[in-house]
Design a protein around this ligand. Structure first.
Ligand code: TXA
Ligand code: MG
Length: 310
C-alpha cells in the first residue's frame, strides 16, 4: 500500500476520520489538518510507524517529533508536567502551544520520537479533525509538519501532496489551516524558567527567547528550513526583473501576505505565498518587510529560515 500508489485523499468528515484511525492503528501514515499546519501523523508507540515518518519526510533521525495528545491527562501519561507546565497547558490547550517536558520512563513511546532526548514535546491541537482523530484512537500521535524535510510547511492538502504524494497512505482534507504557522515551542525548566525554542502563534508571557545557536535541544531549528528551492531576498521594497515579489501592506507584489498589513492574515497566508512563489516562473523570490513585533517575530523567524542558503 505504501510508497508505490498515489496517496488517497478524503474529506476530514466522520467517514474520513474512521478510515484514518484504521490506517494509523495498523501503523500507516496519515496527513491531518491542524490549526497550525498539516501534520504527518503516525502512532507514537510504534517504532515501525515512526521509522516511516522519518523515511517519508527524509528527515534526519536526530530531529525529534511533537507528540499530539487528546488532553492534559494523556500528556501526563507521557511526561512530568510540573506546576508551571500544567498552568500553561490549562491556559493554552487545546491550541498552538507545544510544551517540552521531562519524559516519563514508562511513557512507552518509540525511542525515535524523542531522538534519545530525556524530554518530549507535547501539544493538544484545537483543530476539530485532529481532535476527533485523537478521540478515535487509543494512542498518542507523533506528527511533524507534512512536507519533505527542509521544504515549506503545508497549509492545505495540495501542499501536502506536492512533496509527499505516493509516500504516505492518506490525506484528510480539511481545507486551509487557520493559523498557518507552526506552534510556539517552549521548554519548562526545573528552576521555573520558560524558554521559547520556536516562536509561533502564542506569545507566552515571561518566556525567554533562545536563539537557534543555543537551541541545541531543538535540532529542527537549524537555519535552512522552510526552503522554497530558490534564492529568497528579504526586506525588498521594489522587485528586480527576475523576482517574484511577495508583498505586505503598502508594498503590492505578485501576491500579498496581507494588503491591509494585518499580521494574523500574513501568518495564515505565509506558506501559501511561498508555495506559489516556488511554482512561479521567476528564478528568485523577494519578500516585502514585515514588522518585527508580536506575531511578526514568528513570521520573520520563518522568513529568515526560508532565505538561508540550503
Ligand atoms: O504546529 C506544529 O507544531 C506542527 C503541527 C503538525 O502540530 N508540527 C510541527 O512539527 O511543526 P515539526 O516536526 O515540523 O517540528 C517539531 C519541532 C522541531 O524543531 C524539533 O526539533 C522540536 O519540535 N522538538 C521536538 N521534540 C523536542 C524536544 N524534546 N526538545 C526540544 N525540541 C523538540
Ligand atoms: Mg517542519
Amino acid at each position: 500500500m505504501r510508497g508505490k500508489n498515489a496517496t488517497e485523499r478524503v474529506p476530514a468528515d466522520a467517514g474520513g476520520i474512521a478510515r484514518a484511525a484504521r490506517i494509523l492503528h495498523e501503523g500507516g501514515l496519515v496527513a491531518v489538518p491542524t490549526e497550525t499546519v498539516y501534520g504527518l501523523a503516525a502512532r507514537a508507540d510504534n517504532p515501525a510507524a515512526i521509522a516511516r515518518i522519518y523515511e517519508a519526510k527524509g528527515r534526519p533521525s536526530f530531529n525529534p517529533l511533537i507528540v499530539h495528545v487528546a488532553g492534559i491527562a494523556a500528556a501526563q501519561r507521557l511526561a512530568r508536567l510540573d506546576e508551571a507546565a500544567l498552568a500553561l497547558a490549562e491556559r493554552y490547550w487545546p491550541g498552538p502551544l507545544t510544551l517540552v517536558c521531562p519524559l516519563r520512563s514508562d511513557a512507552g513511546l518509540a525511542p525515535a520520537v524523542t531522538a534519545g532526548l530525556p524530554t518530549v514535546a507535547l501539544r493538544q491541537p484545537a483543530h476539530p479533525a485532529m481532535a476527533a482523530l485523537l478521540g478515535a484512537v487509543q494512542f498518542p500521535l507523533a506528527a511533524p509538519s507534512a512536507n519533505r524535510s527542509g521544504f515549506v510547511s503545508p497549509t492545505s492538502a495540495e501542499h501536502v501532496l506536492a512533496t509527499l504524494d505516493g509516500r504516505i497512505d492518506l490525506v484528510l482534507d480539511g481545507g486551509e489551516c487557520a493559523n498557518g504557522l507552526e506552534s510556539t515551542i517552549v521548554a519548562v525548566r526545573s528552576d521555573g524558567r520558560i524558554e521559547t525554542l520556536r516562536p509561533g502563534p502564542i506569545e507566552v508571557p515571561g518566556a525567554v527567547a533562545v536563539g537557534p545557536a543555543e537551541g541545541i535541544e531543538a535540532p529542527g531549528q537549524t537555519l535552512s528550513h522552510y526552503a522554497p528551492g530558490k534564492p529568497v531576498r528579504l526586506d525588498a521594497v521594489v522587485r528586480e526583473a527576475d523576482e517574484y515579489l511577495i508583498g505586505f501592506g503598502e508594498i503590492a507584489g505578485d501576491c500579498s501576505l496581507s494588503e491591509a498589513g494585518d499580521l494574523l492574515q500574513a501568518a495564515a497566508r505565509l506558506y501559501a505565498c511561498l508555495h506559489r512563489a516556488a511554482l512561479a516562473p521567476q528564478p528568485r523570490i523577494a519578500v516585502a518587510p514585515v514588522p518585527t513585533k508580536g506575531l511578526g517575530l514568528a513570521i520573520n523567524d520563518r522568513l529568515h529560515r526560508a532565505a538561508a542558503p540550503m
